[in-house]
Design a protein around this ligand. Sequence first.
Ligand code: ME8
Length: 518
Amino acid sequence: MSEQKPYYITTPIYYVNDAPHIGHAYTTLACDVLARFKRLDGFDVKFLTGTDEHGQKVEKSAEKAGIDPQAFTDQVSQNFRDLAVSMNFTNDDFIRTTEERHKISCRDIWQRLLDAGEIYLDSYSGWYSVRDEAFFGEGELTLGDDGKKIAPSGAEVEWVEEPSYFFKLSEWQGRLMDFYNANPEFILPLTRRNEVTSFVEGGLQDLSVSRTSFKWGVPVPNDDDHIMYVWLDALTNYITAIGYPDTDHAEYQKYWPADVHMVGKDILRFHAVYWPAFLMAAGLEPPKRVFAHGWWTNEGEKISKSLGNVIDPLELMATYGLDQVRYFLLREVPFGNDGDFSRAAMVQRMNGELANDFGNLAQRVLSMINKNCDAKVPEPGDLTDDDNTLLSAVDGLLEVVRDALDVQAFHIALEKIWTEIRAANSYIDRQAPWTLKKEDPQRMQTVLYVLAEAIRQLALLAQPFVPEAAGRMLDQVAAAEDARDFSSFGEAGRLTPSTELPKPEGVFPRFVEEESAP
Ligand code: ME8
């Protein structure tokens, strides 16, 4: 077998200051779908997620909870791990920045930067937002109602004055611009790319990369008074997990540079400006892509703990079902745009698109086969133009979905799959196999075969999005376990007539509003 191509995809590592919410689940879900798709498509995938456990924000949260930071991070990090299991995420590793492997990696990248003359000691005085873990210039701030200064994210800033090491970011403007120009799809979507390039074109200042006013972090090598800036620490996780500092490590050799760092738009600058600059300055390659997706609101409102409208992914799953939530999040909003979570929209999509369009297609066809074809894959006769049109459209879908996912356009991938689901539904209505049953039973067999084959392929493609339901649909067309990757897509994996089929059962339940109590 030819060597599999590597594919390395990462989520942000989440701060352990709080319980995971729908926004965290969303980013990891997007990565999970890509990881699953690429595995089915023959790639050797590494999918990484984890938690960001150092810094002032986490230290303060631990203090507030009255627990020591390590015990606090152990607890909260576990919630993120558990969420990954509940949401059926297939991450290959889960990294925590408090692990020894990561501290070694941080010290090493620091040393490389120092040796390269990219870091110098000075002192910092300026504004810092603990919530963003970021420094801000006076010009970026606004005044809040109470007269306090506010960062663009809405977080309060505090004045910081302390000795600090600096990274010579100001010297990287030209090289970053050359890098963006040479790699036009490094930042997607393109609207976000423009945001970053104009920021860099506007001029860069040296970046403070150490703090002395708290202790919870990785100490700077040979200068224990300083803790490494949490973003330098955090970003380095992406290479720690593949064996760095051993750049000869088999995983590092195979997976670096990463194919996609998936992030929310809030942390694009760290990933698209600081990270490639740190890497290039350390003599390492920058990643191939950073995709910054949009922001979810809840029924039109910003999601925030103080508003009490945080959406708990576990509650959503319990109410609507896991595959239903997975589908909704990636179908509702063009990936990259902001989106609004609404329960009405959730129910509409799960009932309309999953239960009616896809679920009924399978249920109608498989029940007819069960009753009229002796519960076996029917034997097709000669194919008509109508049969060939449907089959070739479905056969062509893999390429269409692959192209969409290569630019992280989940909504387009789903839209294209659903176009063919609807085409299959109109084909049934046109061909009316229930009438053929009496008039032309051989033709009925052909029509049902074409439909079963369409269902098989649609379910193959739906697997990354709705793994549980698609798996059950594949069981119902008796697709062998080793015939569920994309090497069995199209003609290569056509259903074999006379194969026995199990009794069909619905895979996408409808959501029925409970009657409110009298
Ligand atoms: O920023 N809508 O961690 P974090 C969509 N530790 N996505 C959302 C969201 C929302 N309302 N809220 C959060 C950090 N997210 C750093 C990252 S990486 C080296 C270090 C998602 O816990 C989105 O992906 O604040 C966002 O970028 C991320 O959670 C921020 O997670």
